[in-house]
Ligand binder design. Structure first.
Ligand code: CUA
Length: 341
């Protein structure tokens, strides 16, 4: 998808472009990171100005003049004070940067290990796949959840009384990925055979865009993700809806049968049906998501039909092949999927 198409998709939700700049942080964690970035940029900027200043001054001050004698100018070899200075100054600067970076890392990473009393914490296990995100909702405010969704992460916002931190347990189903939502936190890798943690909290409702930040194959650039931060009430309602089994609509029984009779069932899961695959996104509440193909295209009838017909046309390399179904069967399946609200 081209850049214009993608920004239109980002704008579709609330009528304005979603901001992805690290310079407009919406969580304390992202705030600490940007403070560090600005400090480092300032130090680097000063070094640049000093070095370039000395360079330009030297070129101008020691330029060749008319009254200069012919031949080489005086050759100077070594200066102990200068050599000591340019060894000591960078060492001190790097040491200072190490200290402030370590402090920020410590602050950002302290959250998962020190839960605060009175918080309503959300715990989600995020599993990176080529090229989509699996979210297993573990618990919220001490209550067990246990449903699975994909690509669009819903989180509650905190308020003056109650903080609602989000604790993500990051794992990979295949290769290395990296979870990055610039306005909410730093990048944290999802590494096969290893578990990483990432925590953040926000009080600002809205849509936060993110994406995979570690090269993971052909469609790395289209491994997008969305975080929907909503009020406690809206989030609770969403939890209730997501925990339900798929709706049974007799009008699309033929589509459901076609879904279960074809290869769809090997990879996808639809709660309450025989489809229990885990290699591809859970489709139980597919229509509650705004996008398909990991945030790549809007979840419209046209795109869904195109996806079922030939996923490679939208996401070349995607593990879901075109199954060569008849038009009739494709339509039935799409009609069934459209009822999965
Ligand atoms: Cu997943 Cu890059």
């Amino acid at each position: 998808m081209d850049a214009i198409g993608r920004s239109m998709l980002a704008a579709a939700v609330d009528g304005r472009m979603a901001d992805v700049s690290i310079f407009s942080p919406a969580s304390p964690q992202a705030g600490w990171i940007v403070e560090l970035a600005i400090l480092a940029l300032a130090i680097i900027g000063i070094i640049f100005l000093v070095v370039e200043g000395i360079l330009f001054y030297s070129v101008w001050r020691f330029r060749r003049r008319q009254q200069d004698a012919d031949g080489e100018p005086a050759q100077v070899y070594g200066s102990e004070p200068i050599e000591i200075a340019w060894t000591a100054a960078p060492t001190m600067i790097v040491f200072f940067l190490v200290l402030v970076t370590t402090r920020t890392l410590w602050e950002v990473e302290a959250a998962p290990v020190t839960p605060r009393a009175g918080d309503q914490s959300l715990f989600v296990t995020v599993i990176g796949h080529q090229w989509w995100w699996e979210y297993r909702y573990d618990s919220y405010d001490g209550r067990k959840l246990g449903f699975i969704t994909a690509n669009e992460l819903h989180i509650p916002i905190g308020d003056d009384q109650i903080a609602r931190p989000v604790h993500l347990t990051l794992q990979s189903g295949d290769v290395c990925h990296s979870f990055w939502v610039p306005r909410l936190g730093g990048k944290v890798d999802l590494i096969p055979g290893r578990t990483n943690l990432l925590s953040f909290e926000t009080t600002e409702p809205g849509l936060y865009l993110g994406q995979c930040a570690e090269y993971c194959g052909a469609q790395h650039a289209n491994m997008l993700l969305r975080v929907v931060a909503q009020s406690h009430e809206a989030f609770e309602a969403w939890l209730v809806q997501q925990a339900q089994s798929a709706v049974e609509d007799p009008a699309v029984a033929a589509g459901k049968a076609a879904f279960l009779a074809n290869s769809c069932v090997n990879c996808h899961r639809i709660s309450g049906t025989a489809a229990d695959g885990s290699a591809a996104p859970d489709l139980t509440h597919l229509m509650s998501r705004e996008t398909i193909a990991a945030g790549q295209v809007a979840n419209t009838l046209k795109n869904l039909r195109k996806w079922v017909h030939d996923p490679q046309a939208i996401k070349p390399g995607v593990l879901m092949p075109a199954f060569g179904l008849s038009d009739h069967e494709e339509n039935q399946i799409v009609e069934y999927l459209r009822t999965l609200k």
